[in-house]
Design a binder for this molecule. Structure first.
Ligand SMILES: Cc1ncc(COP(=O)(O)O)c(C=O)c1O
Ligand SMILES: [Zn+2]
Length: 433
């Protein structure tokens, strides 16, 4: 039986071959629902374990290894995959100590083909665009979605169109979108306004929207946690900690975990902690009211990837918190950049937004919400090379209102053995060469 789209609010259903992102009747967000009874008969842990190490498509992808849970009906020749996923799960003993935990893992989604988790959603979204016969795909982006869309659209031979704010996009991301040949439009508006624009223009011009309001994106993104749990031998961690911006991952994780539990692939639900930047915290504010009140805000944070004031997946993220007995926390830009420096110094590295997972875990341990003996997995969402300005300016101590508490000083030296030896001995050397 084929999967269907279903409104999470009123339950109205739509066929998967209809271009739809939200419910025509009530405006609610749509879920891709699969035939769970059939899946119970057809998939097991062994189904997915047998595919580990596959060399050929589609099972060489860490998304399509779980094809039955992502898009069971699709013909494998139609899949657009680079391939993505298969990202490392690092055990980090020194960082664990800093966070206050005995066991802390980092799942590094920056190791995807374009350097962020977005590729897991984009393979699902671009595959769907092709199935629907769309030849143009578009998104609004804080950077990573545009890089990913540009790459996948080019790979599939589609036209990619990306909108971003005309300031504060990290250089690595902008460079990617341009290099991969997307039509790049810098708009003098923030992400939230750009998303409204892209949705309106796409509707008028018949362009397929690949922001995370697209439910096929979330089907790909839920494989982050499926793959991570498989890497742990199907043992569920006590906590998963993830940054929250437009709340696509948070939504996808809730749905994925719910499905894994229903299918008997896991025997309990982990708790999810969603971490927002203090200056971009509408979910956190709503959480503090018991989700009685929600208000969009104007967002500001150094973690430009999550500079989002009106997350489109808010309702699904609330559902995730309810399903997982989850929590929402906020962290300051100072805490984000210090946590990033610590992740980077492990030789792992991440972009600023990703460090929310580590800063947030540390704060939750400090608050007594996460216990030191609990097993915690933090999700790193983007690669260290995405935002070189943030990294270098931190270590130069030149970021406004942020102190470099863990700086790695860039030394300058004359070509002199004596001078270089003094540097290596840790002695002061006049700067400026
Ligand atoms: C590096 C990074 N982390 C986190 C996020 C936020 O993810 P989500 O919108 O799924 O909450 C983004 C989104 O752009 C991102 O690029
Ligand atoms: Zn509805």
């Amino acid at each position: 039986m084929r999967s269907i789209l279903q409104c999470m609010d009123c339950g109205r259903q739509y066929p998967v071959d209809q271009v739809a992102y939200t419910c025509e009747a009530c405006g609610g967000l749509l879920d891709v629902l699969h035939d769970m009874e059939m899946l119970k008969q057809t998939v097991s842990r062994a189904t997915f374990d047998d595919r580990l190490g596959a060399l050929q498509p589609p099972f060489n992808s860490g998304v399509w290894r779980y094809k039955e849970l992502v898009n069971p009906d699709i013909d494998i020749d139609q899949i657009v995959s680079k391939p993505e996923g298969n990202t490392n799960l690092y055990r980090t003993p020194r960082l664990a100590e800093w966070v206050g935990l005995e066991t802390f893992y980092l799942k590094h989604e920056g190791e995807n083909p374009t350097g962020s988790f977005k590729d897991r959603g984009m393979t699902g979204g671009v595959t769907q665009a092709q199935l629907l016969g769309m030849d143009r795909v578009a998104c609004a982006s804080t950077g990573n979605t545009s890089a990913s869309l540009a790459a996948y659209a080019a790979y599939a031979g589609l036209e990619g169109i990306v909108f971003f704010e005309n300031k504060e996009i990290a250089l690595g991301k902008l460079a990617q979108a341009i290099a991969y040949g997307a039509t790049c439009i810098q708009v003098s508006a923030d992400f939230d306004r750009n998303l409204e624009l892209v949705r309106t223009i796409s509707e008028e011009l018949g362009i397929y929207v690949l922001n995370s309001v697209n439910p096929f994106r979330l089907e790909g993104q839920k494989t982050i946690i499926i793959e991570m749990i498989q890497q742990l031998g199907w043992q569920v961690p006590d906590w998963i900690v993830v940054p929250g911006g437009n709340l696509g991952n948070s939504s996808a994780f809730g749905k994925g975990l719910h499905e894994l539990y229903e299918l008997g692939l896991i025997d309990r639900m982990p708790r999810l902690a969603i971490i927002q930047a203090q200056g971009a915290n509408p979910l956190y504010r709503a959480y503090k009211t018991g989700f009685e009140q929600y208000e969009a805000i104007h967002a500001e944070t150094i973690a430009s990837a999550i500079k989002i004031g009106n997350p489109v997946n808010y309702r699904k993220a609330v559902r995730t918190i309810q399903w997982t007995d989850g929590v929402v926390e906020e962290v300051s830009d100072q805490e984000i950049m210090d946590a990033k420096a610590m992740v980077d110094a492990q030789g792992i590295g991440c972009e600023p937004a990703s460090a929310c997972s580590v800063a947030g875990a540390r704060k939750l341990v400090d608050m007594g919400i996460i216990q030191p003996h609990e097993t915690v997995v933090g999700i790193l969402t983007g690669h260290v090379l995405k935002d070189p300005d943030a990294t270098i300016n931190y270590h130069r101590n030149s970021l406004s209102n942020i102190e470099a508490n863990y700086p790695n000083i860039l030394h300058q030296a004359e070509p002199s053995i004596e001078e270089i030896s003094r540097i290596l001995a840790g002695e002061p050397v006049p700067t400026g060469g």
